[in-house]
Write a protein that binds this ligand. Structure first.
Ligand code: FUB
Length: 304
């Protein structure tokens, strides 16, 4: 176990001054290097399913996934490798951003591997997980959407949805059958303002929140933005920016734990391929909009 600490290293090589000030404003909670945190609360304990960056990486070459958990947001337990590309036969690279959900006492781990999405199952949130299908649940480039960044959501009526994709403003979603490993109907392609990748869906007071790294045409996905909807597939109303991590990219999740809301995200550093998971408290305004997270004052830091 370890306690979270403030990041004091520069976020990007060669960008010392403003980036260091920014880094001091961010609370790193997981050890070096983890990214793409999907936070879930199972039976009163909070779990983070991140992807696993390797020290010294020159690209997002990633091979396995750990899970971390806490019951106080201070002490975090690393449960070790819960799933790996060695556990599947159909992909050999790019073990990227996963998600996990519980249904009927089983845990379903959705993972991208080489631009395809699979699902693994376990009786425990900490694994071990086993490939449920022996093949992808979503193959490469189905419906014209890049098959990465799965995020799963079960609505109050029990219907499960698997969202995914990185495709210029297009978000893929497919319903799942109650077994959570079978698709139920076609992939729908949704238009989501500024959407880049890394979708996260949560529901609060009957409102569906879709948060995501945006792409404003500059190939720097440092902003997490959001839209809301009255249903799980839109139509969407764009609401604005939640945070700006002034980093090479951002990706994260939103969860309520012990009565408080949090946003989990990563920052890059020391290189774009060595990312660190951070957390910030999240506050809603009375009208349901999210208060933007204040991290740094100088917008120009993004370009450093
Ligand atoms: O971690 C690899 C990729 O980087 C993720 O799939 C994207 O969302 C981005 O964070």
């Amino acid at each position: 176990m370890f306690r979270y600490r403030l990041i004091r290293a520069p976020l990007l090589s060669g960008s010392l001054c403003i980036a260091t000030v920014l880094a001091c404003a961010q609370h790193q909670i997981l050890p070096d290097f983890q990214a793409d945190p999907s936070a879930r609360v199972f039976h009163g304990r909070l779990y983070i399913y991140p992807s696993h960056d390797l020290a010294g990486n020159k690209d997002w070459e990633m091979f396995d996934w750990h899970v971390f958990s806490t019951d106080d947001m201070v002490h975090w337990k690393d449960h070790g490798v819960i799933f790996s590309l060695k556990d599947i036969t159909w992909a050999k690279q790019h073990a990227w951003a996963p998600d996990c959900i519980e249904r009927n006492g089983k845990y379903y781990f959705y993972f991208p591997a080489d631009d395809q999405i699979g699902v693994a199952v376990s009786n425990s949130p900490t694994g071990p997980f086993q490939d449920a299908l022996g093949k992808p649940l979503i193959s490469r480039n189905e419906a014209g959407i890049r098959s990465i960044d799965p995020a799963v959501f079960i609505d109050d009526d029990g219907q499960a949805y698997l969202y995914f994709g990185n495709s210029s403003g297009k978000l893929g979603v497919v319903k799942l059958k109650p077994d959570m490993i079978t698709r139920d109907g076609p992939i729908q392609v949704l238009d989501l303002h500024n959407y880049h990748e890394g979708i996260w869906v949560h529901k609060r007071n009957g409102v569906y929140y879709f948060s995501y790294p945006s792409n404003r045409g500059d190939m720097v996905a440092n902003l997490m933005e959001y839209s809301v909807a009255k249903g799980p597939t839109g139509p969407f109303e764009y609401k604005g920016v939640i945070l700006d991590n002034r980093s090479r990219n951002v990706h994260g999740s939103i969860a309520e734990f012990k009565g408080k809301w949090y946003v989990f995200y990563h920052v890059a550093g020391p290189s774009p391929y060595e990312r660190r998971v951070c957390v910030a408290p999240l506050y809603y305004n009375e009208d349901g909009t999210i208060e933007p997270i204040k991290m740094v004052s100088d917008k120009k830091a993004a370009a450093q």
